[in-house]
Design a protein around this ligand. Structure first.
Ligand code: FE2
Length: 166
């Protein structure tokens, strides 16, 4: 086999396939990681509780199952994040983010969807920012899925916000 046919003949050959931030970002220290995962747990719990309340009420003009589906995603992320915190030997936060209290004061569906969009965007960006500094393969896979799930739900919520009657 000639040198150029060897799959990993030199590190430079595959370097272009890797996001440069993954090569230069230092691994996140455990304490910082646990703290951030707990902030995400509180945020996702706030999202899950908010969506549960809103799904029960039902958004006029929006498919009744839709908010419940987003709610289940949020609840699933709480569970996955809690598992990751335990794997790091720490205690998952049992608190709920302040997002929930603010969300419960809102009655207008357009305002609710705008607030939800802002919260989901914050979580998606925070996860994207963390990823280059996560080395654990299982946690990387989970956070990558959580990021993708948020992007999908942000788009679906934008669609629902356009459909909601007010
Ligand atoms: Fe979320």
């Amino acid at each position: 086999m000639s040198d150029e046919r060897k799959p990993f003949a030199s590190p430079a050959c595959s370097a272009h396939e890797v996001d440069p931030s993954y090569m230069f970002a230092p691994e996140m220290p455990k304490d910082e990681l646990v703290a951030l995962l707990n902030v995400l747990i509180e945020s996702e719990r706030a999202g899950a509780k908010t969506l549960l309340a809103w799904a029960r009420e039902g958004a006029p003009g929006v498919d009744g199952a839709f908010l419940g589906e987003v709610q289940r995603d949020e609840a699933r992320y709480v569970a996955g994040l809690a598992k990751a915190v335990r794997k790091l030997g720490a205690e998952p936060s049992g608190a709920t983010g302040r997002f929930f209290d603010k969300a419960m004061t809102m009655t207008d569906w357009q305002a609710r969807f705008a607030f939800l969009d802002k919260g989901q965007r914050w979580v998606a960006d925070k996860v994207a920012e963390m990823l280059p500094r996560i080395r654990d393969a299982e946690l990387r896979a989970f956070l990558t899925e959580m990021h993708r799930g948020h992007e999908v739900n942000i788009a679906r919520c934008a669609e629902a916000a356009r459909a909601v009657s007010h």
